[in-house]
Design a protein around this ligand. Structure first.
Ligand code: 5AD
Ligand code: SF4
Length: 440
């Protein structure tokens, strides 16, 4: 009998990559590779990479250097790089990293079994061609992915917004929507296996279906998913503020299964910076959408992304971002120091903000957000929240789940409740999570 082959898969970056890694694991299971958590045991190591910021990209190169030693000890091991860095670098990666065997781009996941088979025979290959049709989004085994009560479902990929700082349109390509029949089929399959919550995933979900003739809109898709028995919660990410329409806002009031959380990245609170970023909305328009959303759904929890230190950002612009954050009162913000990315329009912008200034702005922003997050978390104390129990914490006897507003709650429960939505009295609000007690 041949020994079972082992795959060690490292994922960097965003939820799209997490979702792609699930697909990679399922595809490679089909050709005999089982997952391992120990790279020294692996026969195949895959790095699924992110290049949205320079730091993320550097991390990939550092990890690749670490694998050089492993490859020397165990020459038969196959090393592959996929995702956005692979897309960006292509053949260059193979040329620059002699111990690398496979490079596969963001549109080429489905070719991985073939690439691995060739690498097993000693070949070194790169596949980074863009495939601009929707079939490539359906070339994956659907039902074999990891277990769990909450799962991602890709609805579209790519982005054509060309925000001036962003590399995504170059490494993920044109917007392509998956066929709704396939999405709904996948969600029904998941529901049949006990999945309770799905997150519809796309770089820009508002564009779902707009470029495919005869396809339904994103809102129609949300409504269809909400009709699937067994699915109790629906989330989606990411939505672009410029396309955040009233009909979508109405969904939060009208679709009970739609969770009371939205991730709506503002990036900046200054109109001058928003224009230079090519975001397609003003501060006033963004805040107007937030106000309408809060009116339609008062319990909505809002999270966002902010970039500090975009070229030309003045202290006044930065103050406008802080005041926007105060006005929105995000429950959480992902904040980033601007990072110059190849090919993007902003890479050619003058007036760069100094590194110390960027760092200083980031820490002021983090201080503000920490205060708002803690105040928000404390404001839940004494309320009853519906919590979907997702699993057991590493601390014994403690379980964790999330509220509809996407706050993490820790509580004493038992394993029979995993996968159930239960009423929980919130007893404490900490910086990163809530503590609660089951209501019996
Ligand atoms: N520099 C810093 N942050 C960036 N993001 C995207 N591109 C850059 C960049 N060049 C951030 C944005 C986006 C999130 C996924 O990453 O805030 O919403
Ligand atoms: Fe990048 Fe803008 Fe597209 Fe988001 S919407 S992926 S920030 S180009």
């Amino acid at each position: 009998m041949t020994r079972e082959k082992l795959l060690y898969l490292e994922t960097f970056g965003c939820q799209m990559n997490v979702s792609d890694s699930e697909k990679i694991a399922a595809l490679l299971k089909g050709v005999g590779y089982q997952p391992t958590q120990d790279p020294s045991q692996a026969d195949l190591v895959i790095l699924n990479t992110c290049s949205v910021r320079a730091k993320a990209e550097e991390k990939v190169y550092n990890h690749l250097v670490q694998y050089k030693g492993l490859k020397r000890k165990k020459p038969g091991i196959i090393l592959g790089v996929g995702g956005c860095v692979a897309q960006q670098e292509g053949e260059r990666l193979l040329a620059n990293v002699p111990h690398l065997d496979i490079v596969f781009g963001t549109h080429n996941l489905h070719l991985l079994p073939e690439l691995v088979r060739a690498a097993e025979k000693g070949e070194r290959l790169a596949e980074v061609g863009f495939i601009d049709n929707e079939t490539r989004l359906d070339l994956f085994p659907v039902d074999e992915r990891t277990d769990g009560v909450s799962r991602f479902v890709t609805v579209m990929q790519g982005c054509e917004n060309f925000c001036s700082y962003c590399i995504v349109p170059y490494v993920r390509g044109r917007e392509i929507s998956r066929r709704s029949a396939d999405i709904l089929g996948e969600v029904r399959g998941m529901a049949g296996k006990g999945v309770k919550e799905v997150t519809l995933l796309g770089q820009n979900v508002n564009s779902y279906g707009l470029k495919s003739s005869g396809e339904m809109s994103f809102i129609a898709l949300l409504r269809e998913v909400s009709l699937i028995p067994g699915i109790e919660r629906i989330r989606f990410t990411t939505s672009h503020p410029k396309d955040f329409s009233q009909p979508l806002i109405d969904c939060f009031a009208e679709i009970p299964k739609l969770c009371r959380h939205i991730h709506l990245p503002a990036q900046s609170g200054s109109n001058a910076v928003l224009a230079a970023m090519n975001r397609g909305y003003t501060r006033e328009e963004y805040l107007g959408s937030i106000a309408r959303l809060k009116a339609a759904c008062p319990s909505i929890q809002i999270t966002g992304d902010i970039i500090v230190g975009f070229p030309g950002e003045t202290e006044e612009d930065f103050q406008a971002t802080l005041s926007l954050m105060e006005e929105v009162r995000y429950t959480d913000v992902f904040s980033f120091i601007y990072s110059k990315r190849p090919e993007t329009k902003a890479a050619g912008y003058a007036d760069e903000v100094g590194q110390d200034e960027k760092q200083g702005r980031l820490s002021r922003l983090l201080d503000l957000q920490r205060r708002i997050t803690l105040e928000t978390n404390k404001s839940f104390v004494g309320t009853v929240q519906q919590v979907l129990i997702e699993g057991e914490s590493r601390r014994g006897g403690q379980f964790y789940g999330r509220t509809s507003g996407n706050r993490v709650v820790n509580l004493a429960a038992d394993v029979s409740l995993v996968g159930s939505i239960v009423n929980v009295m919130i007893t404490r609000g900490d910086q990163n999570s809530l503590q609660g007690e089951l209501c019996r």
